[in-house]
Each structure stands twice: as C-alpha cells, then as structure tokens.
Design a protein around this ligand. Structure first.
Ligand code: URA
Length: 227
C-alpha cells in the first residue's frame, strides 16, 4: 500500500481543488474522513475514506480505462489541436496529478480502443515492443489486397524513408478491401505507412483490441473502467 498523503495533497492530486482551497472547504464542513468531519488539512488519509459533500472521492486509486475513440478526436492534451479524447472523460481528471495520459496514440482519423491511465510505468510496459502486447486493427484500403501482402507483413515491412523495417505483423485478409492487422509495436502512423510502403492507401482504420482488452459493446465516445 502506498504511503498515506496529507488530506490537502490528496484532494489536490485527485483534481478536486487547490491545497489552499481545502482550508475553505474544511471551514465550510464539506469534507469528512470515515464519516467524521475533517478539520486538519495536514491529516494523513486513506483516500478511500474521504468524502466531499457526502460523496466518496472519484477514483481515489489508480486510473485505467478504455475509451472508444470517435473519428476526429486527438490524443494530444493541447486544446489548440481540436477536440481531445480527454474532453470525453470526467472534467476533474484533467487536474489530476499524476496526469491522465493515453497509452500510445491513435491518429485523429483513427477510431476505436485507446487505453488511458495515470500510471506511467503501465504506459511504458504496454507500449514497449519488448512486452509483445498485440494491437489489432480493422483496416479498409483503397486498392484490392494481394495475397502476397500476408507474407510481406510477416517478413516485416520496410517503411518508406526509414532504415529499420517493422517487426513481423499478421495480416488477415477479410475481403478484397478489408483486413485485420496485428502489430506489437507502435511507430508513428504505422499501419497507414505500412500500407503506403506496399503501394496501397488506408481509407479507414479502427483499433479493436489492445492486449487483453477489446471494445466489446462499448459505444463510440464512451469509456469503461478496467480497474
Ligand atoms: N497506425 C496508424 O497508422 N494510425 C493509428 O492511429 C494507429 C496505428
């Protein structure tokens, strides 16, 4: 169990308010610890025992959720880049420390499963090719898929203007213009660049699976807790 933190630090790290504001909230009798009115901002607390305005704290422990990313949303935190995946999560999470981040990124034009967490070690573990975490994409392409592409993907596609080839990937052709691709690395625009290197063009890209997680019936734009 991690070391207990001060009440004011706990509330500020979970995005509730600043440490200074906690003092006003205490004066206003808004905070309880184990059902008792709290008075001391320095008191060390188990976040699971704290309530504000009669409600338990939202996600007092680690965050790990999956989101079904809609088309047109970016995985950046920068509001100048357009609608962000973080805008689809509870607003308070944007003020959490450690910061809530995506596990790798999907392009603005890619839909589907994106994992979101505040655990940097988990991001490292799930994105490193060393850990062989499979990511499965459903791809629609412009030109008919040649059966020879299956072997090309299995050998490792050489991306245009890159010296290293991609790790072996699995291509399952579903019909003339649709396939499933399984990768366990995550280079920038990788699926689009792999098809471009093979003389084709990705028309739509949707991630169905990330490691053990699948979207199942999660509606577009919604998230589900994985903890
Ligand atoms: N490969 C891409 O080209 N784009 C993504 O968003 C994910 C994988």
């Amino acid at each position: 169990m991690p070391a207990l933190k001060r009440l004011d630090q706990t509330l500020s790290n979970l995005g509730y308010c600043s440490r200074r504001e906690v003092r006003y909230w205490l004066k206003d009798k808004r905070i309880k610890i184990a059902e008792q009115l709290a008075t001391n901002p320095a008191q060390k607390v188990d976040p699971a025992s704290v309530s504000v305005d009669g409600e338990s704290l939202d996600h007092p422990g680690d965050i790990l959720v999956m989101l079904n990313k809609p088309l047109g949303y970016v995985c950046s935190h920068d509001t100048r880049e357009g609608q962000r995946i973080y805008d689809l999560l509870p607003k308070r999470w944007q003020a959490r420390n450690p910061q809530v981040v995506s596990v790798g990124r999907l392009d603005k034009d890619t839909t589907g499963l994106i994992l979101i967490t505040d655990q940097s070690a988990l991001v490292q573990q799930l994105t490193s090719p060393k850990h062989h975490v499979d990511k499965v994409y459903l791809v629609t392409v412009e030109r008919p898929l040649e059966p020879a592409l299956v072997e090309q993907f299995a050998q490792g596609v050489a991306l245009i203007s890159e010296t290293e080839v991609c790790l072996p990937a699995t291509l399952n052709i579903i019909d003339s213009h649709t396939a499933k691709v399984t990768l366990n690395e995550g280079k920038y625009h990788q699926v689009r660049r792999m098809f471009a290197a093979c003389g084709n063009h990705v028309v739509s890209l949707h991630r169905e699976q990330f490691g053990q997680y699948t979207l199942a019936d999660l509606p577009v734009g919604e998230w589900r807790d994985l903890r």
